[in-house]
Every structure is written in structure tokens, then in C-alpha cells.
Design a protein around this ligand. Structure first.
Ligand code: ADP
Length: 450
């Protein structure tokens, strides 16, 4: 490595700002557990611990056919899910793009578009109701919702780049049902679930020992099974069930900035985001922000003429143009001359030219940002697993999202941080991809509700 002394010392200093040692990790876990307890005790807390009103745990034996909708950060997915029992499912699905104008226009237009997509899906796959009754649909809606029943929930705030007006404070099921009714689409929305709740249900259908459903995608969040007696704030709920799924909305953890070690790059990304001082934890972890943090570090080094000979490019100067996917490709670039990295920098980002040292520095920065994200992710998992006393018996964690699926070493880095906290018992925690979790999970919720 041909780094100059000034490059070396600049990078070492930046690295310090991204480091989370074992002691800090433990402090974060402790704080996370406290925030969980606060959220379970009363409303309006930073980590809101939203009751999902989903009380049944799937056994894997459930059968039936249901529709599912999944509105995530990037796509709308419409599915028909066939629960076959024995933990098996088959599904038909279609993805529809949500354009920026739809994300940021009027909510009514967004929900009308969603209703149109459901209609198109039914036509395309020739799905109808033989009895003339409406088709049951579970809606996976991956934004903070104040849920009051399994089929009722008011949007608390948009995240992940959405700002559509006229939705915050409104019942999301009502908005969607209204659009479906106006368009004459024969569908009844009978469950509203967060994607984490869906992921948890779907994973539990397959693995009975599942405790947690997690998303590491555009955003990050988790849901888990808790004893209803632990949900102190849930006063007027009577049910024979003894467990309920809690949608934690952990992306907001430490919005007060008490324990997360934010550096100047994090602060800048936050300040320039469309939700400053919100989703503090999510901004250090999720796909929407990791590339942007990296971009800010690179620009800082460029401005100090420690990288790319002091030259940036139009593309690199653009907010959010350095994609998290680039980091995946750069971190997995093991060619001796970092050719993949060279292509990203020179062809995708149009930097005039790069040296091997430049590329090594870029890779190092990606590693810092990616490693920190994984270690912080592990803190959330550790907090929930210790809250539930689940380490002795072991547990399954179902995880969805491109970051977990594609980012190299993400899982290994989480596992290694889990071992720092739990010791060898951490090996009893199974982290698995839960593909189609939100589709299958929404179908399961629709079934549990119908
Ligand atoms: P969503 O969370 O929106 O439902 P995904 O799970 O696909 O959808 O997550 C999309 C996010 O993942 C985007 O922020 C994107 O930057 C990031 N991403 C996409 N591909 C990759 C990849 N190969 N490596 C790392 N991150 C990726």
C-alpha cells in the first residue's frame, strides 16, 4: 500500500470515528434494552414498540389462498400466496415500480395506483372469487404505523424517501380500501402488517423456533414475539392468546443521540436528509444511507487532496449517487488491482482516473462503513434476544432485505459481534434469509385475521 503519511493519518482518524469496540457495543445493547422497556411501558417513546395485534404464532400447518401486497422502499409487490401446510408455500407475484412523483405527490394518487396494480394483477393471473365474496388481502406496509387493530393503523410518519401528502395520521387500511372500492376491485383488506411482522410470521411458518423478523434493506426494523403481560401499555386488550408480535420500529433508536457514536459524516447525511434528527439508528445501518455516508467520507478526502488527486466528478458530487450496491461490489473486489472498483469509480461515477492507492482507500472506507453497520445491527438482535431470555434455548432469526442478502460479510460480521456479547452461545442463534417474508407473512396475517 503506497499511502502517504498524510493519507494514512487522515484515514486512521476517520476510522476511529467509525469504530465500535466491544465495550461500546455492550453499552449500546444496554441502552437498546432500556429503550425497549420504555416503549413497552408507555406510548410515544423513541422506540415505539408498536403492538401488531397479531397474536397467533403460525404452526406451519395452516392452509388456504390469500392475496398479499407489499409496499417497500422501492417496489410494490402483489402476490397470491398458497399456504400448503407443512411449512410450504407457493406464490405468484408481480412487482410494480413506485415512481418518485408517486412517492412525493398526493396519497390518494399513490393508493389509487396501488389499487390499479392489484386490479392488473388479478386480470393478468386470471384470479377471481368463485363464491362472489371479496378476496382476502394482507397488506404489508413498511412505514411507522400506530396500529389499533389487526386491520387498522394510522401512519405516524413517512420514511425511506416518501413524503406523499394526506396520509400521515390517516388509517392506511381505509385509504387503500377506499381506492379499491372506488375502482371496483373485489378485494377486502383484512390485515395490515409491518414488513418485519410479515417476515417474522413467514419465517415462523417454516421454523417454529423463530423469535425475530428483521429487515436490512432500504430501511431497518425488527419485530419479535413478546408475552402480552410484558406489554404494560396495552390496557384494553383481552384475548386468550399469551403472545403478541411487537413491531419495534427500531430505526428511531437513539434519536436523542445519547449512545450512538455519530461522526461528522453521519451528522451531515442526517442534516441533509429529508427527515433530520429522525431514524438515527437506521441512518447508520440501512441501504438508503450507507452509500451516502461513504460518499461524504470520499468527498472529505478529495477536498483535502488526499484522494483522486483532489478531483471529484459531477456524479460523485450528487447526493445519494454513490449507491450502497457499489460498496458491496467494492468490498467483494479481490482482484489485485481492484478492477471492479476501478470500473465503478471511472465508469459508473465518471471520475477522470484513479490510482491503485485511491482504490485501496475507497475500499477501506467501504469496509469501515459496512462493518459498523453490521455491528450496530447485531446490537439490536442481542438486545431482543437477551430481553426474551432466548440465548440458552437458541432461536431463529428471519431476515429480509438486499443489504443482508447481498452485502458481503454482513452476516459473518453480525455473527462475530453476537459472539462478543453472548460468547459461544451465540452459535445457537440462526440467522437465515427469509425470502418473500413480507408476501407470505401478509397472507398468514390475513388468514389469522379472517
Ligand atoms: P426494500 O427495503 O426497499 O423493500 P431491498 O431490500 O431490495 O428493498 O433494499 C433496497 C436497498 O438495498 C437500497 O437502499 C439499495 O441501495 C440496497 N441494495 C440494493 N442492492 C444492494 C447490494 N447488492 N448490496 C448492498 N445493498 C444493496
Amino acid at each position: 500500500n503506497d499511502c502517504s503519511e498524510s493519507q494514512k493519518s487522515a484515514i486512521d482518524e476517520i476510522a476511529k470515528g467509525f469504530e465500535i469496540n466491544t465495550e461500546k457495543l455492550k453499552e449500546i445493547i444496554e441502552s437498546f434494552r432500556n429503550e425497549m422497556n420504555k416503549g413497552l411501558a408507555s406510548h410515544g417513546q423513541t422506540v415505539p414498540m408498536v403492538p401488531s395485534y397479531v397474536t397467533g404464532i403460525p404452526t406451519g400447518k395452516e392452509t388456504g389462498t390469500f392475496l398479499a401486497l407489499d409496499l417497500g422502499g422501492t417496489n410494490l409487490r402483489v402476490c397470491q400466496v398458497n399456504l400448503e401446510g407443512h411449512g410450504n408455500v407457493t406464490l405468484k407475484q408481480q412487482k410494480y415500480k413506485i415512481s418518485e412523483p408517486l412517492k412525493n405527490g398526493e396519497a390518494r394518487q399513490l393508493f389509487d395506483y396501488i389499487a390499479d396494480c392489484v386490479d392488473k394483477f388479478l386480470v393478468e393471473f386470471n384470479i377471481g372469487s368463485s363464491t362472489g365474496e371479496k378476496l382476502d388481502l394482507g397488506f404489508t406496509f413498511s412505514f411507522p404505523v400506530d396500529q389499533t387493530a389487526i386491520d387498522k393503523g394510522n401512519l405516524v410518519s413517512w420514511t425511506k424517501g416518501y413524503t406523499a401528502s394526506g396520509a400521515v395520521g390517516k388509517d392506511i387500511v381505509y385509504l387503500l380500501q377506499d381506492s379499491l372500492n372506488r375502482k371496483g376491485v373485489p378485494v377486502k383488506v383484512n390485515a395490515l402488517v409491518n414488513d418485519t411482522v410479515g417476515t417474522l410470521l413467514a419465517h415462523a411458518y417454516k421454523y417454529p423456533n423463530t423469535l425475530l423478523g428483521v429487515i436490512f434493506g432500504t430501511g431497518t426494523n425488527g419485530a419479535y414475539f413478546d408475552k402480552i403481560s410484558n406489554i404494560k401499555k396495552l390496557r384494553s386488550f383481552s384475548s386468550k392468546a399469551d403472545h403478541m408480535i411487537i413491531n419495534m420500529e427500531w430505526g428511531a433508536f437513539d434519536n436523542e443521540r445519547r449512545v450512538l457514536p455519530l461522526n461528522m459524516f453521519d451528522n451531515k447525511v442526517d442534516r441533509k436528509s429529508n427527515n433530520p434528527r429522525k431514524q438515527a439508528f437506521e441512518k447508520l445501518i440501512s441501504g438508503m444511507y450507507l452509500g451516502e455516508i461513504t460518499r461524504n467520507v470520499l468527498l472529505n478526502l478529495i477536498d483535502r487532496t488526499l484522494l483522486f488527486n483532489g478531483y471529484s466528478s459531477k456524479d460523485l458530487n450528487n447526493q445519494y449517487f454513490f449507491e450502497t450496491e457499489y460498496m458491496s461490489n467494492i468490498e467483494s473486489d479481490d482482484t489485485s488491482t481492484l478492477e471492479k472498483t476501478k470500473r465503478i469509480l471511472e465508469e459508473s461515477l465518471n471520475l477522470p482516473s484513479t490510482t491503485l492507492t485511491d482504490r485501496q482507500i475507497v475500499k477501506r472506507i467501504c469496509q469501515m462503513v459496512g462493518l459498523r453497520a453490521a455491528r450496530l445491527s447485531s446490537a439490536a438482535l442481542s438486545a431482543v434476544i437477551s430481553h426474551c431470555n432466548a440465548i440458552e434455548s437458541g432461536c431463529n432469526v428471519g431476515i429480509d432485505g438486499s443489504l443482508f442478502v447481498y452485502y458481503p460479510f454482513f452476516k459473518e460480521r453480525i455473527k462475530s459481534a453476537l459472539r462478543e456479547f453472548f460468547g459461544p452461545s451465540a452459535d445457537k442463534i440462526e440467522l437465515e434469509v427469509a425470502p418473500d417474508g413480507s408476501g407470505v407473512g401478509a397472507a398468514l396475517a390475513a388468514m389469522l385475521s379472517s
